[in-house]
Design a protein around this ligand. Structure first.
Ligand code: PLP
Length: 406
């Protein structure tokens, strides 16, 4: 049986979420903005889903804006908040070098539009250094008084490091800036409370916590304004036009409510499996090492690097052995560019390319982990022997293209 260990890329839809969605893909098809009874019934389902989503985050229903993806929610936070704040057409974004491309490419676009962008470095475990944020904010303050947004992800999708968001958001606020966090990898996986995190905006995406794909949300604290990316009808309080994906939103809310209900127990159970796997790898495979923080890491993430092998080749060999994993590197255009995250934590090209990300899920079993732990040393050993032969023989291996980062 195939073992799926790529839950950081996406998760299977939870049966309870599918069951809650089904009527909305059938009899409950009406538009929630319609005044008739069918429309009003769907409106109630939408309102309930919003309340459920808000409750799981410690937020108010009016603070939830549903979007079509986590990427869209990130962009709404970044462009929308800066746009709504600015007085002279220019704002400032401070973000980190290890963000998802939804944030980093938005930062590039902001720069092209004349905003100022500062990319903060991270340390070897992937933490943004609080003093570096403070210094960068103080410098800006001294130079000019531009509206400023800090956007730092809650946990990194490749290496799993969980940032000290409460401390970082406090620093932002002390220096007059607003704070957004991309919590796509943490929501549903660790306990989340927007007030405890002290954030003004937070992104989540349903398909990372056993909800459907193509639906996500931005928490936007009451009182913080964001200019819409999409204009049209008055949906989502006028902040995101378009007839609502009610089935998706209901699926999101049910998956989130269930995940939040036993998040502490589930996180502990998954972290125990993760640690058993990491310990097995480090003790049986010479030349292996863990990326990211050993302590402050996502319960389901084991990002491991192996000397003298290509991560992409390990992924393909594991696929043949019926284990589905991915690399930590987003390679584009057929080239093997090392991942920006792995480069930012100081890995050289070879170490970055030797990385494989194993991401566990709620349904991962101890047997799955035991089987993988047993097979992996042999697979790595064989690939190393093969690589040594190929290096003597020369010539690059073909690496398939990837289109996105997750
Ligand atoms: N941010 C992070 C940290 C992610 O891992 C992802 C997932 O790919 C995204 C944003 C984008 O989310 P979505 O796939 O819903 O656009």
């Amino acid at each position: 049986m195939r073992v799926y260990l790529d839950n950081a890329a996406t998760t299977a839809l939870r049966p309870e979420a599918l069951a809650a969605m089904q009527p909305l893909l059938g009899p409950d098809f009406a538009n929630p903005s319609s005044p008739h009874s069918s429309g009003q019934r769907v409106r109630r389902l939408l309102d309930e889903a919003r309340a459920r989503t808000a409750a799981a985050l410690g937020a108010k229903p009016s603070e939830i804006i549903f979007t079509g993806s986590g990427s869209e929610a990130d962009c709404l936070a970044i462009f929308g908040i800066l746009d709504a704040q600015r007085s002279d057409g220019r704002g400032r974004l401070l973000t980190s070098a290890i963000e998802h491309h939804a944030v980093l490419h938005a930062a590039d676009a902001l720069r092209e539009r004349g905003h100022s962008v500062t990319i903060l470095p991270v340390d070897r475990e992937g933490f943004v250094v609080e003093a570096a944020l403070e210094t960068a904010l103080r410098e800006t303050r001294a130079q000019e008084r531009r509206p400023t947004l800090v956007s730092i992800m809650h946990a990194n999708n490749e290496i799993g490091t969980i940032q000290r968001i409460a401390a970082l958001s406090a620093i932002a606020h002390e220096n007059g800036a607003l704070f957004h966090t991309d919590a796509v990898q943490t929501v549903g996986h660790i306990a989340i409370d927007v007030a405890a995190l002290g954030v003004d905006a937070l992104t989540l995406s349903a398909h990372k916590f056993e909800g459907p794909k193509g639906v996500a949300a931005l928490y936007l604290r009451n009182g913080v304004r964001a200019t819409p990316l999409v204009y049209g009808g008055g949906q989502e309080g006028g902040r995101r036009a378009g007839t609502e994906n009610v089935a998706g939103i209901v699926g999101l809310s049910v998956a989130l409510e269930l995940a939040a209900r036993d998040v502490v127990e589930q996180a502990a159970a998954t972290a125990a499996q993760r640690d058993a796997f990491i310990d097995a790898v480090l003790s049986t495979i010479p030349g292996s090492a863990l990326n990211g923080s050993p302590r402050e890491r996502l319960p389901n993430n084991a990002s491991l690097r192996f000397t003298d092998v290509e991560g992409q080749t390990v992924v393909l060999a594991l696929d043949v052995a019926e284990f589905e994993v991915s690399t930590g590197s987003a390679c584009t255009s057929g080239s093997l560019d090392p991942s920006h995250v792995l480069t930012a934590i100081g890995l050289d090209g070879a170490a970055a390319r030797g990385t494989v990300r194993f991401s566990l899920g709620r349904t991962t079993t101890a047997t799955d982990i035991a089987r993988l732990s047993e097979r992996l040393p042999g697979i790595i050993g064989k690939l190393r022997a093969l690589t040594a032969t190929l290096v003597v023989g020369g010539g690059p291996t073909h690496i398939p293209e990837r289109s996105g980062s997750s």
